[in-house]
Ligand binder design. Structure first.
Ligand code: FAD
Length: 517
């Protein structure tokens, strides 16, 4: 079996990539373990785009850069913010039912780190679900897309010329193969954590596939912890944490202690942007405050009717717990939510391996730097999903890292690395929560490195730990108590590749170093 492009993943990135290839006249095989089986349908808040009369892609870019802690690849982020309105127009044309104001214009929400109202949303806080449903139905009606649903990619086929296809497994155990260039859109890895907003299926499987094929990883130490996940179990979600979207704070929700004192508006944790400070700041503040007592999200001071109308899905999810979104104090704590890094990618989804492209959360495009701006992730899926699909169809060549090595980017660790462990720990998620969470330190990171083997899900966790151990500073979502400040020497991106020493790469490289982009 052969395809012009094989897309792996049935989330927003994979569906977008498949539709882009089909619209360009290519034949696509879309292999999806499950359509909507990853994080995409869970996305609540929305998708960011400069659509308001008072807004511009330049303002959106500025917010993205400010939030990213000095590590955002500005050229890639400019692509993200400038192409946003056109990709939203695609979503509207495909039929995504974004929420509208009474006058018919798109309703624009606000979230942390954004200087303007620029978040479009659907079904109140059910944006991801609506996008997935809509794109999936368009895909099912597109004759150029052959949908292999329920099928898993178990390996990438590699040869002298890079990746040439995939090995597949059907649910009944049958195996097979497909030939063609591959776009991995397999999602991130935050589901590896025990306390996570992601489904457990979001476990870095695509990162492992890419690594085994020789592709480089970047920025893996930057895991975003969402500040406001409900600190109570929700039976309907099993072990997963219920996200209380940032859009709640965008509509005016407060973060308070048990006495009703606003944590980010007064006292030692205050920030000029208060509850709308960037996610890393708010997550650390809540983590710190929780050492003294519980922290609550409160919407009691807002119009209850308007709150319930704006977030109907959260009202429904909280009801069985006996909680009223508009009237009760909602206990919150940070939870693993998103990984900024992934498989190294240029502005067209090309990795360091010929024939292999990436899009969505599995990709390390550099648009998020050390800390993602809220609602830029679904945007990344549609902007770079389209680009990766088209690049794969056109056979865009990869970018090697040889010139970075030649340019002296090799990163020398201060001490020898502990050798990998030999057995997968029984509770990997708990280990990650404890040692690779909102706050890290050298002893904890060395503990993780010594315990985890270099295989399967543990490989991803070990590579997160390695990046976090190498990076002897605090920046964005990566905070180390033993080196709590940013260091200018570390203003670069850590690249890891099998058989190659880690690199510390200037932001924007290899354009800066080798001029190959
Ligand atoms: C609770 C929650 C709320 C969020 N809210 C927002 C928000 O408001 N705005 C925003 O911008 N972002 C939000 N995010 C982040 C955003 O949803 C994700 O980053 C994004 O949806 C990732 O999309 P994706 O297409 O890259 O991957 P996913 O949606 O995770 O999809 C991965 C796909 O790959 C398939 N797959 C994986 N491995 C294989 C394999 N080996 N073989 C075959 N198929 C495979 C899976 O079945 C799945 O279909 C949120 C995330 C969560 C968890």
């Amino acid at each position: 079996m052969q395809a012009d492009v094989i897309v792996v993943g049935g989330g927003v990135a994979g569906l977008t990539a498949a539709l882009a290839v089909a619209e360009a006249g290519g034949q696509v095989a879309l292999v999806a373990g499950a359509i909507g089986g990853g994080s995409s349908p869970w996305a609540q808040g929305g998708i960011a785009a400069a659509l308001g009369a008072d807004d511009s892609p330049a303002a959106h870019l500025a917010d993205t850069l400010t939030c990213g802690g000095g590590l955002v690849d500005e050229a890639a982020a400019r692509v993200l913010t400038e192409e946003a309105p056109a990709r939203v127009a695609d979503l509207l044309a495909w039929g995504v039912p974004f929420d509208r104001e009474a006058d018919g214009t798109l309703a624009l929400g606000r979230e942390g780190g954004h200087c303007r109202r620029r978040i479009i949303h659907a079904g109140g806080g059910a944006t991801g679900w609506h996008i997935v449903q809509t794109l999936a139905s368009v895909v099912r009606e597109t004759s150029r897309v052959r949908l292999l649903e329920g099928v898993t990619v178990i390996a990438l086929r590699t040869g002298l010329h890079g990746v040439s296809g995939v090995e597949l497994r059907w649910p009944d155990g049958r195996v097979g193969q497909l030939d063609g260039p591959v776009v991995l859109a397999t999602g991130g890895c935050a589901g590896l954590y025990q306390r996570s907003t992601n489904p457990e299926t979001v476990n870095g499987g695509g990162i492992v596939l890419g690594w085994q094929a020789g592709a480089a990883l970047v920025d893996l130490e930057f895991v975003q912890f969402h500040p406001t996940a409900l600190a109570l179990p929700v039976p309907a979600l099993g072990e997963r944490a219920l996200l209380l979207t940032e859009a709640l704070r965008g509509e005016g929700a407060w973060l308070c202690d048990a006495r009703g004192r606003r944590l980010l508006a007064e006292g030692p944790l205050a920030h000029p942007q208060a509850e709308l400070a960037p996610r890393d700041v708010v997550a650390r503040a809540i983590h710190t405050a929780r050492q003294e007592g519980p922290v609550f999200l409160s919407l009691r001071h807002l119009d209850a009717v308007a709150v319930r109308a704006r977030f109907p899905n959260l009202v429904t999810l909280l009801q069985p717990l006996g909680l009223d979104l508009a009237r009760d104090l909602l206990p919150v704590a940070p939870a693993a939510h998103y990984v900024m890094g992934g498989l190294w990618s240029d502005q067209h989804g090309a990795t360091t391996v010929p024939g292999l492209y990436v899009a969505g959360e599995v990709a390390g495009t550099g648009v998020h730097g050390a800390n993602r701006l809220a609602s830029n992730s679904l945007l990344e899926c549609v902007v770079f999903g389209r680009r990766a699909g088209l690049a794969a169809l056109a056979g865009r060549p990869p970018q090697g890292l040889d010139e970075l090595l030649a340019a002296g980017c090799e990163l020398v660790a201060e001490a020898p690395l502990p050798p990998p462990g030999s057995a997968m720990p029984a509770k990997l998620g708990t280990l990650l929560d404890q040692q690779l969470g909102v706050v890290r330190d050298e002893a904890g990171l060395l503990d993780v490195l010594a315990r985890l083997p270099e295989e399967g899900a543990a490989l991803v966790a070990r590579r997160i730990a390695l990046g976090a151990w190498l990076r002897r500073e605090s920046r964005g979502a990566h905070f180390r108590t033993d080196c709590p400040a940013p260091q200018s020497a570390w203003c670069g991106r850590i690249v890891q590749q099998r058989g190659v020493p880690p690199l510390l790469v200037p932001v924007g490289a290899p354009a800066q170093v080798g001029g190959r982009r």
